[in-house]
Design a protein around this ligand. Structure first.
Ligand code: SF4
Length: 111
């Protein structure tokens, strides 16, 4: 049996105030709040998993993986980049193509 450890168990923000990661806006006092949240993310061992999860689940609000919603919006694939990726993948031999679904949905909630 293979056990997959939930990345959330290792999150550096588990003991932080959750409000820190959900600033109101991106100006004024929110700038300092975003910087403080990013500092926590900077040291987080699961930052990549967190960011990937946020991108997959289209998290439109808050700091995830050290990124703001605006930064994540910029990371999302565009129709043109998706088409280019499909074209690139179609040129690879079958065994090197990515499976259709790379990621499992994280079912378990961390309490
Ligand atoms: S990257 Fe930031 S928001 Fe994501 S789990 Fe780590 S500390 Fe929390």
């Amino acid at each position: 049996m293979i056990t997959v450890r939930n990345w959330r168990l290792d999150a550096a923000c588990r003991t932080s105030d959750p409000d820190l990661f959900f600033p109101i806006g991106a100006t004024g006092p929110a700038i300092a709040q975003i910087a403080e949240a990013r500092q926590v993310c900077q040291e987080c061992p699961v930052r990549t998993a967190c960011l990937n999860w946020a991108l997959r689940h289209d998290q439109g609000y808050g700091i995830w993986g050290g990124t703001t919603e605006e930064e994540r919006r910029a990371l999302r694939p565009t129709p043109a980049s998706r088409q280019a990726e499909r074209a690139r993948m179609s040129e690879l031999p079958c065994q090197q193509q990515r499976p259709r679904y790379l990621h499992r949905q994280w079912q378990a909630d961390v309490s």
